[in-house]
Design a protein. Structure first.
Length: 281
């Protein structure tokens, strides 16, 4: 339970950082690169060096592929938030929980009763209501990138679940180091291709480094929570995503005085019912 709560708190804090970065006019690409540098350094410290002996070639290749996807989806979310809308982008990211939940039920044969199916169905309007913003237009054209975010985020969560099951009790630090190392390499290649000089963007790079520490531990504790057996992977993603959204709204209200309108209030209420059904029904 403690790993789940730590993952939720740290994941929610990332949204505060993104809001703060927006106010500070921090550039996305250098911040992402700085974030990955901090993640790698933190992972090396936690792992007490670089030790990948317990990882087979299949896991290593999976981590490298996942690293590319991490950067691609992270950048797509930043682009979608600025060009299409934060609400649509957030909804796409959070609704992606349907992919690992479905994977857990069908492939891993995890128990998923009627009440938990109801909880999953309730999470859909809850996410839409909590992320709805007046003036954002939803069309097939504008939903293309959010659709990519939805699929990519779902693949990431499902892949992390599979990787955790293959750790065999080992620390997740090695896996996280590999994933973020490839993500950093991808961000550098992308910056060269788009002619963005990362070394000249000291402000954005340094702010990204600050972001990297909570980002690392959010993934670290997520893997530990998945491996704890406290909840099945399907239950975990339902509870985790709902709690992250709830806490994010509370923190945004406390630190940035964001208003909670009727839509968000209804979404929060539905989300609480969904969490209750998963944990106690």
């Amino acid at each position: 339970m403690i790993y789940l709560l730590l993952s939720v708190v740290l994941s929610s804090s990332l949204f505060l950082f993104f809001k703060w970065f927006d106010l500070k006019k921090i550039l996305t690409l250098p911040a992402i690169a700085g974030n990955y540098i901090a993640c790698i350094v933190t992972g090396i410290i936690m792992n007490q060096g670089l030790n990948f002996e317990h990882l087979n070639s299949k896991i290593i290749l999976s981590c490298l592929g996942l690293g590319i996807l991490f950067f691609a989806i992270f950048y797509a979310m930043a682009y979608s938030s600025s060009k299409i809308g934060i609400g649509i982008s957030s909804a796409a990211s959070k609704l992606s929980l349907m992919i690992p939940v479905t994977f857990g039920a069908i492939v891993l044969h995890e128990a998923f009763g009627v009440l938990r199916i109801i909880a999953l169905l309730l999470s859909i309007p809850a996410v839409v209501l909590m992320t709805y913003k007046k003036g954002e237009k939803w069309s097939l054209k504008t939903l293309f990138i959010p659709l990519i975010i939805f699929i990519g985020s779902g693949i990431i969560d499902t892949s992390l679940n599979i990787l955790q099951k293959n750790l065999n009790g080992s620390s997740p630090s090695s896996v996280i180091i590999l994933v973020f190392s490839m993500a950093l390499a991808t961000s550098i290649v992308f910056s060269i291709a788009t002619k963005v000089n990362l070394t000249k963007e000291y402000k954005s790079l340094s702010h990204g480094i600050i972001l990297g520490i909570p980002n690392y531990f959010s993934v670290h504790f997520m893997l530990l929570a998945l491996g704890s057996g406290f909840l099945s992977s399907g239950q975990f993603y339902l509870v985790n995503n709902s709690l992250v959204m709830l806490l994010s709204f509370i923190l945004a209200w406390l630190f940035f005085s964001e208003k909670i309108n009727l839509y968000k209030f209804l979404g929060i209420g539905i989300s609480i019912v969904s969490i209750y059904l998963i944990l106690f029904a």
